[in-house]
Design a protein around this ligand. Structure first.
Ligand code: ADP
Ligand code: XUL
Length: 523
């Protein structure tokens, strides 16, 4: 039976989902968690420590080590890799990898040496800035000014110049390390880098993820010459070509065939961003259905037939791998912020869930906790500590259950406030990501949005979306049929809103909007 492999190279882990399109079943799911399984790379949560809280880099060699580990794991668990007819994948968006040689100039991979050892000497920059990095405000200003203002950036790319986006990150590298930049022959996104590793040559950048670079002209699907020139010298020659997501970018390198038992010449389909891939995995590629993804970042996104931009500049337009566009809003303080609160007040996830469902009431008795541990992008806030308002006991972090609820309430309210521009009345929302298994979190989201929250049966929608995209591009199967087979919602997990909480959350939304405005004014 034909099988397709989807990979998800995300912030904290690399995951694989294998689907069998004959049986309509997911036949394997595996993950390598960087902090847990590859501690030798020194990147707990997938991020390298740095003295500057704005600088967030990762190690591309860690992603490759994870790829080898993951394929070994799949094989050890009995996956029939020879049955795989096509491979695609997804990457955490915006992150960039810098190579001293174009991968088009290497002659595949040697079979007698590990991939990590072969890629190490190819890197012109040992680390990769990732989406959490916010150190490029000056570069955003500079590029914006050079092209005639932020409104122009929005009109061309679907986003104003954004700190984590690849263009400003490339500019910063070119300014900080001009010699290393000059020696860089090729710059990849995480997605195109991982695809390139699989095919052993340069893979293009897909339009879905390419739209998150502040370099792509949405209207034409090509690099925008003015932006490319304003970003860094000689950049044009260093960028892989942008291409439609459904492109077969090459055949799996022999290295993987002989090491892991894949079939020779297995087609590899362009990798895309984790959010666009999730849109596919969630079965939400047609306009009208919004998705909330609760991964390392929290994101809210929805397919759009025409690009629609956020007047306040927080939202983005990316490519929908099934055609058209998607609108997205990203929050940096997502799962890791929930984890930090949980640790600080001594709750594990089951206790965190009970705290919300059984021990506290909507509105948290008037206490508010803005869980801002890292620089936030939506809204743009850099505060040294989370902001607490309420009773002295609460403010002193001595009410664990209320801290749990108030954290999720503030996150959900911020999602509601900052996604209103998408202009859809949400009656139901599909939810995915590690935290979507937590019914307390779903309860708060349902009540704050006054919409039913519907989780998927499959845990990793981004890896699933990649497998579905491979089946679409290689197997010629339609998205509709694939999504009917694989993107089933688990009705038993759905959480309906409680209408009696609506007024409480309208009031909380107004209060939190005021608190945010005050913090913004102080910044
Ligand atoms: P990513 O794809 O960005 O690496 P995932 O979607 O795998 O992230 O989600 C990982 C996060 O899920 C972890 O950081 C963890 O905080 C969160 N998580 C896992 N289980 C739970 C749970 N039961 N309740 C809340 N959060 C959870
Ligand atoms: C989206 C974003 C994050 C990353 C990591 O713009 O920055 O969601 O894709 O998941």
């Amino acid at each position: 039976m034909p099988q397709y492999l989807g990979l998800d190279s995300s912030t904290q882990s690399l995951s694989a989902t294998v689907i069998d399109t004959g049986r309509g079943a997911v036949v394997a799911e595996e993950s390598v968690v960087f902090g847990r399984d590859l501690p030798e790379f020194g990147a707990p949560n997938g991020v390298l420590p740095n003295a500057d809280p704005a600088v967030k880099h990762s190690d591309p060699l860690m992603w490759i080590a994870a790829l080898e580990r993951l394929l070994e794991q799949l094989r050890a668990r009995g996956a029939d890799l020879a049955a795989i007819r096509g491979i695609s994948g997804a990457g955490q968006q915006h992150g960039s990898v810098y190579l001293a040689r174009s991968l088009a100039s290497i002659d595949g991979w040697r079979k007698d040496q590990s991939l990590v050892d072969q890629v190490r000497p190819l890197l012109s920059r040992p680390t990769a800035p990732i989406w959490m990095d916010s150190a490029t405000s000056a570069e955003c200003e500079e590029i914006g000014a050079a092209i005639g203002g932020q409104a122009r950036a929005v009109a061309v790319t679907g986003s104003r110049m954004i700190e984590r986006f690849t263009g400003p990150q490339i500019r910063r590298f070119s300014k900080l390390e001009p010699a290393a930049y000059a020696q860089t022959a090729e710059i990849h996104l995480v997605s195109s880098f991982m695809a390139s590793i699989l095919v052993g040559t340069t893979a293009p950048i897909d339009l879905g993820d390419g739209a998150g670079m502040n370099l792509l002209e949405l209207a034409t699907g090509t690099w925008h010459p003015g932006l490319v020139e304003a970003t860094a010298p000689g950049l044009d020659a260093k960028l892989p070509r942008p291409m439609a997501s459904a492109t077969v970018v090459g055949e799996l390198a022999d290295y993987f065939v002989s090491r892991y038992g894949f079939s020779p010449r297995t087609p590899v389909v362009a990798f895309t961003g984790d959010n666009p891939s999730s849109l596919v995995g969630m079965g939400a590629t047609d306009p009208g259905t919004a998705v909330v993804s609760l991964g390392t970042s929290d994101t809210v996104f929805a397919a759009m037939s025409a690009p629609r931009t956020d007047p306040r500049g927080f939202g983005h337009v990316f490519g929908n791998p099934a055609g058209g566009f998607l609108s997205l809003i990203c929050f940096a303080n997502g799962s890791l912020a929930r984890e930090r609160v949980a640790q600080r007040v001594g709750l594990d996830w089951p206790a965190f869930e009970r705290a919300i469902l059984e021990e506290t009431r909507p509105g948290s008795d008037g206490n508010v906790l803005l869980p801002l541990f890292e620089p936030e992008m939506t809204p743009r806030l850099r505060v040294p500590e989370p902001v607490l308002a309420g009773t002295p006991e609460f403010v002193a972090w001595r009410q664990p259950a209320l801290a749990a609820r108030a954290t999720v309430e503030a996150q959900a309210v911020s999602m509601r406030l900052h996604s209103a521009w998408i202009g859809q009345r949400l009656e139901r929302v599909l939810v995915t990501g590690g935290a979507s298994r937590n019914r307390g979190i779903l309860r708060v989201l349902a009540d704050v949005f006054q919409a039913e929250m519907q989780p998927l049966s499959v845990a990793n929608s981004s890896a699933l979306g990649a497998a579905v995209r491979a089946a679409h591009a290689v197997g010629g199967l339609g998205f509709d049929a694939l999504q009917r087979a694989f993107s089933a919602r688990d009705a038993s997990l759905a959480v309906a809103p409680d209408p009696t909480t609506a007024a409480t959350y309208d009031a909380l939304a107004a209060r939190i909007a005021g608190m945010i405005a005050e913090l913004e004014a102080k910044a």
